[in-house]
Design a protein around this ligand. Sequence first.
Ligand code: DGJ
Length: 827
Amino acid sequence: MITFRHNAWILGTPETTYIFRKTKTGHLEHLYYGPAIAHAESLSKDDLAAMSVRRVFPAGNMISYDADHSAVTLENVNLEMSSRGKGDIREPFLEIVNADGSRTSDFLFDSAEISESAPDLLTIPCSVPWQGDPEKAPDHLKIVLKDAAARLKLELHYYVYEDCDVITRTARLINEGESNVTILRLMSAQLDLERADLQMTAFRGAWVREMARFSVPVSGPKVVNASACGTSSNRANPFVMLHPAQTSEDAGFAAACNLVYSGNHWESAEVNAFGQTRFLAGINPEGFSWQLRPQETFEAPEAVLTCTDSGFHGISRHMHAFVRRHIQRGKWADEIRPILLNSWEACYFKINESTLLRLAKAAKDSGIELFVMDDGWFLNRNDDRHALGDWTVDRKKLPGGLSGLSDKIHGMGLKFGIWIEPEMVNVESNLYRTHPEWVMQIPGREHSEGRTQRVLDFANPAVVDYMTERMSSVFREGRVDYVKWDMNRIFSDVFSPYVASLDTDPIRQGETAHRYMIGVYRLAKNLTEAFPSVLFEGCASGGNRFDLGMLCCFPQIWGSDNTDAISRSYIQEGYSYGYPMSAFTSHISAVPNHQTLRVTSLATRFAVSAFGISGYELNLIDMPPYVRDAVTKQVELYKIWREVLQKGEFYRGRIPGADSVSVGQSGYPEGLDASGLYPGSGRIHEWTCVSRDRRYAVGLLLQEMVTPNSPFESYFPRGLDPNLRYKFTNLDKSYDIRKFGDLINTQAPVHVRQDSLLHRTIARFVKMPGEKENHVLLGSVLMKAGIRLSPAFAGTGYSDGVRKFQDYAARLYFMEAVDSPEEESDS
Ligand code: DGJ
């Protein structure tokens, strides 16, 4: 809801309120963003005055705004947008080089318009006219500000999504004058808060180490989370939270922001000398500039804001709902996603039709639904140094071409998917030889390579048109059901030959990175609209472009090239703060794991991957029958529960380092919940995913390292209906007794030499049953008191009914509401 009263705009959602007012000088003063204020829509003049900073005299050596308002010093006014040159010396929202070379701007209120439904929905990758669903249109407030001297108009747009407690903001700058101006920055959101007790939590990392949570106090020097990689990047995801140090998973104030953008971004927070915090988010101004000619408009990407007083879970709840309802779109947004087998970690570049068909057959036998041929399928693509850009099938590897392979895969009753990387080119390619001018590189300068490939100049519409055509014909030929859209290098030597051809003014190269993103969004739009039933998955060496812009294009993204279950538990936990589980895919791969050489059990790998869009990425053909059988059972189980896992609400329970602010060298938070005995011991990841109707839930306990003699463990699910009773079960377990080594001799009537023929023979016939959980329990008991699980092996307890919970062990728990509360349980 949006209300205008006493010169103030009050934006309300059920759980949040956002207020700003017009000042006597014509600026917009921010008054409040926080948990909902009751009766906010009927605030009195006095209520609003109480929230406004009173200004009677200018203090110290600050700049008085003008003679009529000498007490107004913009340096300490909480503003909705700020600029340079009129006394506000903080990081600005907007910075312009005017026609005369000056950089001062002063945007004052001109008009405002509230509309019940958005005339043009802005939840889009900027400047690409994608419509959201008009049914889901939010309330919309447009404020127009003008800098009369520069003849510039600035529109601030606010969209209020009551259904998920989100307010989005964006800005448009329109040149109403007759001269060119240069935009040095136009941010998307500014949040000036009358408090100085916040930390910024950001999610940072590197390749195969995405989304590690870092918290830094914002108290004086500026804190910046930004990417200059050309992508939103795995170094610094654009999702950030601001909160006091004491905010926990469940309690306390937190505000959060994400950008609907996939390129260079910037989120900064600073506290001025008066205890006021300024937060800004938008396109990274470093390296950016944009020439705005008369009558042209520049539009900033949309920023997504939310806040809560229920801790980080409150933020996650709002953000997950927003992503699911307003960002993910198209046929697959709310569809059950197929379980796939991807060829990459099974074969890498060594693919050919017969291997792929054998893999596909094994996948089909295990109940897998989609077979994906990853990199390596096109001519000369035997390594990563060749052929990117030439999308001609390698007939030696695939004699029947794409269509031949596709027919055979479809003939097996599988869907067929393919890997592409349309934004890139190898120098060793026909495309590069024919069109060197289509590549981002600086004439006369040696280019630095990344994965021996270069970035195509997507600022050039001709390149986007060409790739639309090439990719369309690949998709048509392969009759593909799924596309993995990869992007495997960051930018260097940024220069667009196309931008250079537009204008000789060298300043315009500052437009390149943003124009590139607009080109990428256009290609994505062209292809997703032309192939509406294809499931697209984003990827950039894993999570190097995991953001809301990409999720507008593709409903799911490959979250990391790291398929190790333990690493993944951190990475997925990191994503879960800002993104729902339906946004990230997670595969079960071979052990020793290809990224860490760590060995975890198939059960643990499955358990972690089930909390995401699950799939397999291993050589099933080489797996012994018992592993293939286990995979078949996992696939069956996942199919039963994936409605809950893919569409349900995700809850973090205990997680390592949840209340910690420091981060170790490894990039992982230091665990504070350890028993204190050994580093890493006792680190538990406790997750729950609950169906939308709260009748079904799946839980996970994952332990990194066992704590000796600690048999007792509880599991605390979350999000259940406190009034319902749930049948609580685990999976049947049976252990190979060799897992207990020579402890067998504590039970066996004759001595058994470890790993001897006798040991192996006994193991073939004698299995050790695992613990069984089977109870009917009240939701409220489960959530508040938790369930005490069967005791774990603790140096003693070599028997069935004991939980063998060793290093990297995981357990899945299943909860199903029972209609008759009196139903008997085994407990
Ligand atoms: C990087 C991706 O993240 C991998 O999954 C794989 O598709 C390779 N590229 C292929 O080159």
